[in-house]
Ligand binder design. Structure first.
Ligand SMILES: CC(C)(COP(=O)(O)OP(=O)(O)OC[C@H]1O[C@@H](n2cnc3c(N)ncnc32)[C@H](O)[C@@H]1OP(=O)(O)O)[C@@H](O)C(=O)NCCC(=O)NCCS
Length: 203
């Protein structure tokens, strides 16, 4: 049996709207269960599936980089476990594993990219190809947004979406995020500069 990482009480308030099942605490992190998926803290044994399901073109082309092997995934997870032990106002972020049919099948995370302004954060999300286009991530993003706004007193939550990433843009819109503009030549990917769409939700 895997250890579930997380320590101490949570402070995210009651369950966010849109939750189909129920929310309970595992240490510092809230676990959300619905009939289709569970959002829970990562376990080290998620690493194999996380690596396996990131090996598809859709995921690779929409992230700057993904781990090169299972060991790299484990290293990232261990960093996350260490970060989770810090007080809320010192964490780099928070990351959930998306479990479907008993398997780690995706991740959603919040990251505090501006250390001087913790009222804003960035989000990142992916789900295994076989589960895409079924409305799952839109539902997860709504739960995640409601919860993280409350827990971290956010005023702004934003996501960068590659200009060509239609499913992600659609998901952001369905979850209530607004397109604020195009950040031109924002990243260099495989030798080419790519534009990003800036989506955000503000309080
Ligand atoms: C982006 C991602 C997380 C969306 O997850 P998902 O569970 O498939 O999202 P949903 O099913 O809730 O919504 C996807 C929407 O995009 C639409 N869509 C899919 N392909 C599309 C296309 N080529 N053009 C336009 N819309 C498209 C779907 O029809 C759906 O909209 P609808 O409900 O109005 O029909 C998933 O595609 C993914 O993991 N992609 C790879 C990683 C990634 O790009 N992450 C985001 C980085 S910013």
């Amino acid at each position: 049996m895997d250890r579930i990482f997380g320590f101490g009480p949570d402070d995210g308030g009651s369950n966010p709207p849109g939750l189909v099942g129920f929310g309970k605490m595992v240490g510092k992190m809230k676990v959300f269960k619905t009939k289709k998926f569970i959002l829970r803290p990562a376990k080290l044994s998620d690493a194999e599936n996380i690596y396996k399901y990131q090996q598809d073109e859709g995921t690779q082309k929409n992230f700057m980089s993904t781990p090169k092997n299972v060991e790299e995934v484990k290293k990232e997870l261990r960093n996350d476990f260490r970060d989770r032990k810090k007080p809320k106002n010192k964490r780099d972020g928070e990351e959930w594993t998306i479990e479907i049919d008993g398997e780690a099948s995706g991740q959603i995370s919040i990251y505090f990219h501006d250390k001087r302004n913790r009222s804003k954060a960035k989000l990142s999300a992916w789900i295994a190809r076989k589960h895409r286009n079924k409305g799952i991530m839109t539902k997860i993003l709504k739960i995640f947004t409601g919860y993280t706004f409350k827990k971290y007193n956010l005023v702004r939550l934003e996501g960068y979406v590659r200009e060509y990433n239609k499913p992600s843009a659609r998901m952001m819109e369905k979850a209530g995020y607004k397109l604020e503009g195009i950040i031109r030549k924002n990243q260099k990917k495989e030798g080419r500069y790519v534009n990003d769409l800036l989506y955000a939700k503000v309080k």
